[in-house]
Design a protein around this ligand. Structure first.
Ligand SMILES: Cc1cc2nc3c(=O)[nH]c(=O)nc-3n(C[C@H](O)[C@H](O)[C@H](O)COP(=O)(O)O)c2cc1C
Length: 183
């Protein structure tokens, strides 16, 4: 059965490596037959609890996307040893009003690429902490920490030859987790 996966990229940068990685991941053969939809987190307002009773259309759209998805794929850079504010803002917006979080129970995959050797390890650890609180069962193994190189994602937007088997295996493990939770 095809799975519906929401993709959240934690960078708004036009030429974002993480967006390029995300777009390449969903072209891997393991993604075939599944439906991936990228969320627009740039459109979200800064989270403000005063607006819980009257959420912006962009927040409603995010919540509808997540609500209609079987799982969520997070592809994020590391900013100052944590997750970017725009990603935390998306998580906060989707988590409220209290009791009406869109995230609860949705299986998640966490991956990211940085220009540094630590490969988003600390951002991923911080993100896992938040996802645990949001009640999102998250793929534990394999873990993936990537340092950007032009071989990782080729100019034509596909995963490079050397990384395809490894990243394809990771994607398959994530999709398997999603399938188990949907069953
Ligand atoms: C505000 C800021 C903080 C950063 N902090 C880190 C960091 O803690 N660890 C790291 O490996 N790279 C860090 N970087 C470098 C990012 O890995 C690099 O900018 C990367 O290209 C961001 O991902 P993107 O291309 O998807 O936007 C930081 C970059 C910015 C702009």
């Amino acid at each position: 059965m095809p799975l519906k996966i929401a993709v959240i990229v934690g960078s708004l940068r036009q030429d974002s490596y993480n967006r390029r990685l995300a777009e390449a991941l969903v072209k891997l053969p393991q993604a075939n037959d599944h439906a991936f939809t990228f969320a627009d987190i740039a459109a979200l307002p800064h989270y403000d609890q005063d607006h819980d009773g009257n959420q912006a259309d962009s927040v409603k759209a995010l919540k509808a996307l997540i609500g209609g998805s079987d799982g969520v794929l997070f592809v994020t850079p590391e900013y100052n040893r944590s997750i970017p504010g725009v990603l935390k803002n998306a998580l906060d917006n989707g988590s409220r009003p209290y009791g009406q979080s869109c995230w609860a129970g949705k299986p998640a995959g966490v991956i990211g690429v940085s220009i540094g050797a630590a490969g988003t390890a600390m951002a991923q650890q911080h993100l896992r902490n938040v996802l645990a609180y949001l009640d999102m069962p998250t793929l534990t193994q394999p873990e993936v920490f990537l340092k950007w190189s032009d071989e990782l994602v080729t100019a034509d937007g596909t995963v490079g030859e050397k990384s395809a088997e490894f990243l394809g295996g990771w994607l398959a493990a994530f999709l398997n987790l999603v399938a188990i939770h949907r069953a």
